[in-house]
Design a protein around this ligand. Structure first.
Ligand code: THU
Length: 135
């Protein structure tokens, strides 16, 4: 989805800001995400880890669940930021969660260099299982 440059810049700023709130004492790998939802509101979030490692929650899912819990049912775009030299694409679990609300969403990964991946959920999760498969 094509977005005005100013809106994209805002999403990028909010994803960067969200990473500052990351709770990642175990991996020391901070991630921030910003979601442009159906209402055009933006929701952001960071990864939140747990001493019981399997309970760690990725930044994308923090942001998406916040949007969904606020009544949003569509994701137009998600920006994922890591304070690293190369980009981090969303993990498999997060791709599945993005698919629920944004099967055609734009997915932009950014970092602290010019490196970026600007793609779509369709490209990241072809043949996805989704709400339509439940009949
Ligand atoms: N992480 C994310 O927040 N998003 C991803 O897509 C990949 C991984 C987090 C989870 C964990 O807190 C840390 O990065 C290391 O895996």
């Amino acid at each position: 989805m094509k977005l005005p440059p100013s809106l994209l810049a805002r999403l990028e700023r909010l994803a960067r800001r969200a990473a500052k709130e990351s709770y990642s004492p175990y991996s020391r790998f901070a991630v921030g995400a910003a979601v442009l939802a159906g209402s055009n509101k933006i929701y952001s979030g960071a990864n939140v880890e747990n001493a019981s490692f399997g309970l760690c929650n990725c930044a994308e899912r923090t942001a998406i669940f916040t949007a969904a819990a606020s009544g949003e049912r569509k994701i137009k775009c998600i920006v994922v930021y890591t304070p690293t030299a190369s980009v981090t694409p969303p993990c498999g679990a997060c791709r599945q969660v993005i698919n629920e609300f944004g099967p055609h969403a734009r997915v932009l990964s950014i970092c602290d260099s010019e490196d970026r991946i600007d793609t779509t959920l369709d490209a990241l999760l072809p043949g996805a299982f989704g709400p339509g498969n439940l009949g």
